[in-house]
Design a protein around this ligand. Sequence first.
Ligand SMILES: NC(=O)c1ccc[n+]([C@@H]2O[C@H](COP(=O)([O-])OP(=O)(O)OC[C@H]3O[C@@H](n4cnc5c(N)ncnc54)[C@H](OP(=O)(O)O)[C@@H]3O)[C@@H](O)[C@H]2O)c1
Length: 295
Amino acid sequence: MLTVMGATGNTGKKVVEMLLAAGQPVRALGRSEQRLGELAARGAEVLAGDPSDAAFLTRAFHGSSAVYVMLPEDRESPDYHQDQRRKGEAIVQAIRESRVRHVVALSSLGADQPEGTGLLLTLRAQEERLKTLRDTNILLLRPASFFENFLNALPLIQHQGINADSVDPDLSVPVIASRDIAAVAASALQRRDWNSVVVRELLGQRDLSYREATRILGARLGRPGLDYVQLPPGEMHQALVQAGMSETFAGLYVQMTQAFNEGRVQPRAGRTADNTTPTRFEDFVAELPLDSAGH
Ligand SMILES: NC(=O)c1ccc[n+]([C@@H]2O[C@H](COP(=O)([O-])OP(=O)(O)OC[C@H]3O[C@@H](n4cnc5c(N)ncnc54)[C@H](OP(=O)(O)O)[C@@H]3O)[C@@H](O)[C@H]2O)c1
């Protein structure tokens, strides 16, 4: 049995789909049986429960040859770090008690940095917690920012005709399709061919600036020349809070983008064949359903 957390989300759902396509027995976890229904219909065993409940996770992980673990985000939480810590501790306790031997854990590029990276610090803390496990082989996946993040801007693009964020417009940064992360995770869950703790960075097909990515997205939306505007940190913070995120989350998000802008989130050894993945941003936007593309 292979067990997957966050099975209705960007990476987890694709991991489940890839494992089912490979004929593997899969247990898919989420908070709602209804949202997991589609995966149940396709042959996954589904289990609904709270990702911060160690007893639930222990039951869910029990009997698994490998598990895919991640920290689902509550962007409205007034204390984001504490909320992520509760989930992270529950995951580690459940791995220990269920005695799973192979764990693929979703972390992030920048998780090597000890301070000043905002949201990424929760992932660093989780890496440290996972490293305390003995007799467990842990693959830490450190992907770049997901292509899917650009979809958060669709309402802004529709209503104001621009994309905006606090990232420097011309800074080329690695960005990746969640599908490419899922492919690496699904393969590792099946192969279970690593020992101890291994870190794997995933940088996507190429680096892209927010300005270029916005142009590519704009062309797909029938808005050629769509502009990207860099917001100062305070304005970005306010925009996130107005969109429903907590003050804490907004502050940590902006701090993370400052770390990007200052070049403090970097791969350990630059771009290599091993950390480059296939999906182009152009392919991703071409596949967007017209509805989610804002038509
Ligand atoms: N986005 C990026 O650029 C990026 C880059 C590097 C690392 N990461 C990390 O990747 C992880 C996210 O991975 P993902 O994008 O695959 O997952 P995701 O799509 O963000 O979410 C996974 C699942 O979390 C559940 N969820 C949503 N809101 C929740 C809440 N308030 N409390 C508890 N569960 C909630 C949802 O499932 P149910 O509602 O069905 O339970 C959702 O399907 C995070 O830890 C993030 O820090 C993200």
